[in-house]
Design a protein around this ligand. Structure first.
Ligand SMILES: Cc1cc2nc3c(=O)[nH]c(=O)nc-3n(C[C@H](O)[C@H](O)[C@H](O)COP(=O)(O)OP(=O)(O)OC[C@H]3O[C@@H](n4cnc5c(N)ncnc54)[C@H](O)[C@@H]3O)c2cc1C
Length: 399
């Protein structure tokens, strides 16, 4: 691949850098700007979103004719990493999970403009939030979607949904949902995807699940479906295409996680670099001790490996490839890198790293989810292993 970044994307990157530095970094550490779940509060968020939109720094993943910036995946990799210099950057620019993945998916699969106007445009405009509901508590679907227990049964022109989902990010306050439910016992074509509106009867939020880290707006919720009726016209793709919709949604969404996590990992290293340059110990700056240099060098190496894997997967997606193994490898690597980079940064900052005077402890708690969400690392490794055993030497092909 050609690693040269277009002038347009480089211009976006520089403008994002300046916007984050001017408008977002100053409010990060003032807890008054955060909600009770440690995410940027809605009032400052809406103010910053208006500014970002006016500056043309909005919805980089969406087509220009619908109000986005129309970047390809490589361009997104550059911009997402830059905006995630602050953990609150992606949501300000409407590039945060879960809406980011939902928008990319809906833009690819919705049939016509009328459907896009109804389900997609309010997300692009930042008027709605959405959720993706797939995971279930025991004995339902977690890593293994074929264990799905939530059913959708066809009654006339409607599908009647009964079941139980959990860890559904953003559910509280989301205006609409993508739902994956079981429609038959067929092992490969047994799941179907639907859209539903939050104000429809027949479902409710049982609870917002408390977690160890900061939460996206709307939290991670447990949902009960006890007779939700979804018109057949709100089905996505064909009956039995639920796994396909999931793959389309998660394919790019996993990679955009990597892009944002790399921005955070770089930020952690930057905080540590500032500290070790200024802090003296045993007669010199910490940065002059070889042991410290090895820690910084190791973290920088890991981040750059993650960037190259992410870029390569992005480039393959832009060539029309599903890039399944490239996305899996990037996700495994970058999830580990985020955690290890923040851990290293905390160690290098000493007691200050453990305090709430920097964002490192926020990032450390947040980072732990990376190895779980959108497929646990072990499951990605299992899939990789199957692919390797299946493809043999073709696994290593550059084409
Ligand atoms: C913060 C957060 C946000 C989330 N948001 C959403 C969301 O918006 N929508 C949604 O649908 N889901 C969401 N999830 C759920 C997430 O996708 C699942 O946690 C993930 O798919 C793993 O499923 P599970 O938790 O049921 O783990 P389980 O399937 O119970 O697995 C537990 C562990 O067993 C191991 N394991 C499982 N299978 C294998 C295997 N074959 N080989 C080796 N080891 C294995 C892994 O270590 C795994 O972590 C979210 C989760 C978190 C933590």
């Amino acid at each position: 691949m050609d690693y040269k970044i277009s002038p347009e994307v480089e211009d976006y990157r520089l403008r994002l850098r300046a916007f984050v530095a001017e408008h977002i970094l100053p409010l990060e550490l003032d807890r008054g700007n955060l909600d009770s779940h440690e995410m940027i509060d809605l009032e400052p968020l809406e103010r910053l979103r208006r500014l970002a939109k006016a500056a043309g720094l909005w919805a980089f993943q969406m087509p220009k004719e619908r109000g986005g910036q129309g970047l390809d995946t490589v361009g997104m990799a550059v911009c997402y990493e830059e905006m995630a210099h602050s953990p609150f950057g992606p949501v300000v620019f409407n590039c945060a999970a879960p809406d980011d993945g939902t928008m990319i998916c809906l833009n690819k699969i919705l049939r016509d403009d009328a459907q896009k106007d109804r389900w997609l445009q309010p997300l692009i405009d930042g008027k709605f939030r959405s959720s993706f509901a797939m995971t279930e508590p025991m004995p339902g679907a977690g890593s293994d979607p074929s264990a799905m227990q939530t059913t959708a049964e066809k009654k006339g022109n409607n599908w009647v949904v009964r079941g139980h989902k959990w860890f559904i990010t953003g559910a509280k306050g989301a205006q609409h949902f993508i739902l994956i439910a079981k429609t038959s016992d067929d092992h490969r074509k047994g799941l179907t995807a639907f859209m539903f509106d939050a104000d429809q009867p027949g479902w409710h939020i049982e609870r917002r699940i408390p977690i160890m880290g900061p939460e996206e707006h709307g939290g991670h919720c447990e949902l009960i479906f006890d007779g939700l009726e979804i018109p057949d016209e709100n089905r996505l793709l064909e009956v039995g295409d639920g796994l396909k919709v999931t793959q389309i949604r998660l394919g790019t969404a996993r990679l955009t996680h990597c892009m944002r996590w790399l921005g955070l990992a770089k930020r952690a290293l930057e905080i540590a670099s500032n500290y070790v340059t200024e802090r003296k110990s045993f007669g010199s700056a910490l940065s002059e001790h070889e042991g410290v240099q090895w820690m910084i060098g190791e973290a920088a190496k890991e981040i750059q490996i993650g960037r190259l894997l992410t870029m390569h997967a992005a480039w393959k997606l832009d060539q029309g490839d599903f890039a399944r193994k490239e996305v899996s490898i990037a996700k495994i690597q970058v999830a580990d890198t985020l955690h290890s980079s923040v851990d290293t940064a905390i160690q290098l900052c000493g007691a200050r790293g453990y305090s709430k005077d920097t964002l490192l402890e926020w990032m450390y708690r947040y980072a732990r989810q990376a190895r779980l969400v959108d497929g646990a690392s072990e499951v990605h490794k299992m899939v990789l292993s199957r692919t390797l055993l299946n493809e043999g030497t073709d696994f290593w092909s550059w084409n």
